[in-house]
Design a protein. Structure first.
Length: 86
C-alpha cells in the first residue's frame, strides 16, 4: 500500500510537471507572438511617418521651386530695365 501511494504521488508530480512545462512553453510562445506583432506595428508606424515626412518635403520643394521661378522672373525684368537705361 505504501508503494501504491508513492507511485500515485510520483505520477501526480510528473503530470503536474508536464502540464507546467506545457503551460510555460505556451505562455512563452504567446508572448513572443505579441512582441512580434508590436514590432510590426512600430515598423508600420515608422513607415507611415516617413511617408508623411516625404510628402512634406516634396511640398516644401515645390514651394521653393515656385519662389525660385518668381525670383528669376523678377531678375529678368530688372535686367530688361537696366538694358533699356543703358
Amino acid at each position: 500500500m505504501a508503494h501504491t501511494q508513492s507511485f500515485l504521488l510520483l505520477s501526480i508530480l510528473v503530470l503536474v510537471t508536464v502540464i507546467a512545462i506545457y503551460g510555460l512553453r505556451t505562455f512563452a510562445g504567446l508572448r513572443q507572438a505579441r512582441l512580434h506583432l508590436l514590432g510590426e506595428a512600430a515598423y508600420r508606424d515608422l513607415a507611415e511617418r516617413a511617408t508623411g515626412g516625404q510628402a512634406a518635403a516634396i511640398a516644401g520643394l515645390a514651394n521653393v521651386h515656385a519662389e525660385l521661378a518668381e525670383v528669376k522672373s523678377q531678375l529678368n525684368r530688372i535686367e530688361r530695365i537696366l538694358q533699356s537705361v543703358e
